[in-house]
Design a protein around this ligand. Sequence first.
Ligand SMILES: Cc1cc2nc3c(=O)[nH]c(=O)nc-3n(C[C@H](O)[C@H](O)[C@H](O)COP(=O)(O)OP(=O)(O)OC[C@H]3O[C@@H](n4cnc5c(N)ncnc54)[C@H](O)[C@@H]3O)c2cc1C
Ligand code: FES
Length: 270
Amino acid sequence: MIPDENLTKAVISLQVETSCKIVEKTCPNPHAVRLTLEVGDMVRTSYRGPGQFVHIKCGEGRLLRRPISVCVCSEDEPSDLLSVVFEIRGAGTAWLAARREGESLDVLGLLGNGFTMSPEGRYLLVGGGIGVPPMYGCAFCGGQCDAILGFRDASHALLTEDFEEICTTVAIATEDGSLGKKGFVTGPAEALLTKNRYDGVLCCGPRPMLKAVSALAARYGVPCQVSLEERMACGVGACLGCAVSMADGSMKHVCKDGPIFNASEVDWNG
Ligand SMILES: Cc1cc2nc3c(=O)[nH]c(=O)nc-3n(C[C@H](O)[C@H](O)[C@H](O)COP(=O)(O)OP(=O)(O)OC[C@H]3O[C@@H](n4cnc5c(N)ncnc54)[C@H](O)[C@@H]3O)c2cc1C
Ligand code: FES
């Protein structure tokens, strides 16, 4: 259910809505755009952990904002910095991809919870497709991280060299075998789970991938957190646009209670 326009505006006005200047625009591959934004004090005031998202207004005519995960962010002077990486899916992301350095975006954030990580912990990060960018933020927060990055093919690969700079091991899997190992992320994930002891598996990507990785982590007795993706309207818990069912029969809002959930909480058949 989508709230009426007034309710959406009222709720949004309670949140921090910031005009953010695009200071850098790059294309990490032919399908994706990376924007680095000056976000005022957004990181200082609302950072809770890697895996949070921002809700971006994509053109005057579109009331509903688009949720995009934070890739990395930092406190800075005079303005905090934040980068997002996205693929063009429809009119909203096409509008966003056409913005230029120096233009400003209307951004609501930081929203949602983040992954829970300990600075001394050892983590296995698993990202699929456009689920890879938020895992990069995670790589800075654990004591030691290994990463498995899954893509459709080599032309969709993202941030692989960035992960290689900071992770102990990086394994790449593509569906067609054009880069790294042919197949899904679960093969390399099982190999690493057999070899190493982890404090957690952290995962972001398509739901079938989240479900498969959650089952694998459970088999190896490692706690698993997943980032769920649902269509969103308000982004702040005021509608039921993003409700998902939990294993205990309750419903939760991905935007407000998530997007990060313990894998054991999620109703994977719902
Ligand atoms: C928490 C969260 C984090 C995300 N992070 C990223 C990211 O880092 N990079 C990235 O490329 N994409 C990300 N997405 C998906 C991104 O929000 C959609 O691709 C985008 O909203 C599509 O908008 P559009 O106007 O281009 O497409 P359209 O299909 O025209 O959108 C129409 C409507 O559907 C909604 N919608 C469509 N697809 C999705 C989707 N997959 N998830 C949620 N809402 C959707 C839009 O918000 C809009 O309201 C994220 C989604 C969520 C929920
Ligand atoms: S999008 Fe409205 S409650 Fe989550």
